[in-house]
Design a protein around this ligand. Structure first.
Ligand code: ZN
Length: 434
């Protein structure tokens, strides 16, 4: 069964792989407790952040943004002048982060991305000049859409494939942003994976994970699409290792080592549980929300790599930039789409942040791994009746009648909302005339 939350790729917690069986995770190295396909944390990098943050600022970000669900024993201990961060629980090694005594004595935060304030001047007509934006169209699309469970089809109509739709929005958005002065790159710019790996490359790892999680003799594949034990097969596990973990980690390498953007915008469409993809349930529910990184679960903070990445992200102050961008984009997307704010059914995994009412902190693989501000957009419920009709209508110029209202194509409406939000934010933050 799909839950609505399951449709978003929370990639950190091994949710489908490990928590589904509520058992201990696989460790890739005896000394480190690592998440799926994670590499070992390089704690020495944090030396560059000594005395770049005050105690108050650190404590505030820990309490209200990153560790809103509590902290495992000894993982992070804040004293008057430093924080003690667990590097490795087996060896009980800790990293000592020294605070700046006060605001005036803070050292410069080392980072490769530029906040709006450091972009320099721009004309009012090109408010994004000098800004490097990477667009990350969610999922793979194309022939992979069924495997990644981002596919449904009603009768003879064209299948709905999220990965195709996000790429379409990204290309429309890219040309808009370029006209506004931005340098735009893509984390993915074709239908299909960025990772060179394929599901078969992960069969052994899938088997190991399943055995460690209490499935002593994993079956190669499911009996059929409705097999309740589908997720405990080698096929299903090796596929998710491919299209989620390997793929998003590969995109992160591309973003962090080649693209070096000042901002990543992740583009998705949301959905409500649709059941059988060949006979999907349609709904009248429709909504919008955006995500920024934060709200780590205690179980996630047990992983050495996730704890490290969280601290590095916190220290980079990506949040100070991505939160106001997310709020501004949310407001413009809300007026472009007319969508109400999505409310998560529980507060167990997310924390509402910001001022717009549309933005949540959540620890997704993409929002955690891209080392710069990241805004993750989740407008539209794909199996909403009206949204489905608009997807079937495809892209078009101008407006058409949709249930008595003149609307742009769903792709242009989405792209325009995001572009308007970015213009609004950067004009304001760079102090340009409107
Ligand atoms: Zn998605």
């Amino acid at each position: 069964m799909r839950s609505r939350a399951a449709l978003i790729c929370r990639g950190s917690s091994l949710l489908p792989v490990l928590l589904a069986f509520s058992l201990a995770p696989v460790t890739a190295n005896a000394a480190d407790k690592l998440g799926t396909l994670a590499s070992r944390p390089r704690w020495s990098v944090l030396e560059h952040y000594q005395q770049t943050i005050t105690r108050d600022e650190f404590a505030n970000l820990v309490q209200n943004v990153y560790c809103t669900h509590g902290i495992p024993q000894d993982a992070i201990t804040v004293t008057d002048d430093s924080a003690r961060i667990l590097m490795n629980s087996e060896s009980q090694r800790f990293f000592a982060l020294r605070f700046a005594p006060n605001e005036q004595s803070k050292k410069r935060v080392p980072r490769l991305w530029h906040p709006a304030k450091q972009l320099g001047s721009a004309s009012a007509s090109r408010p994004l000049a000098g800004l490097r934006i990477a667009l990350d169209p969610g999922h793979l699309g194309g022939k992979w859409a069924r495997m990644e469970e981002r596919w449904f089809k009603i009768g003879e109509s064209a299948p709905v494939q999220e990965g195709d739709m996000t790429l379409r929005v990204s290309r429309i958005l890219a040309s808009k942003l370029r006209r506004l002065g931005a340098t735009v790159s893509f984390a993915r710019n074709e239908l299909g994976p960025v990772t060179p790996m394929r599901p078969d490359d992960f069969r052994e790892l899938a088997r190991t994970i399943l055995i460690k999680n209490g499935v002593p003799q994993p079956r190669p594949e499911a009996l059929n699409e409705n097999d309740p034990e589908k997720e405990q097969t080698i096929k299903w596990q090796s596929e998710i290792l491919f299209y989620r973990y390997s793929e998003i980690r590969r995109r992160a390498v591309r973003v962090n080592t080649r693209l070096h953007p000042d901002l990543v915008v992740c583009l998705h469409f949301n959905a409500e549980g649709w059941g059988d993809p060949n006979q999907p349930t349609l709904t009248d529910v429709n909504h919008l929300h955006l995500l920024v990184n934060g709200s780590y679960l205690e179980g996630e903070l047990e992983f050495d790599d996730e704890r490290f990445e969280m601290i590095r992200r916190l220290l980079s102050r990506a949040y100070d930039e991505e939160l106001p961008i997310a709020d501004t984009v949310a407001n413009k997307l809300a007026s472009a789409t007319g969508l109400p704010a999505f409310q998560y059914p529980t507060t167990l995994t997310t924390t509402k942040v910001g001022t717009s009412g549309y933005v949540y902190a959540r620890n997704l693989l993409a929002t955690r791994l891209y080392r710069c501000p990241v805004v993750y957009c989740e407008p539209y419920v794909m199996n909403n009746r009206e949204v489905f009709d608009r997807i079937q209508a495809g892209d078009y110029e101008g407006t058409r009648d949709v249930n008595g209202v003149q609307r742009k194509s769903i792709y242009r409406e989405y792209a325009d909302g995001v572009a308007d939000g970015l213009v609004d934010y950067y004009r304001g933050a760079r102090d340009l005339k409107h």
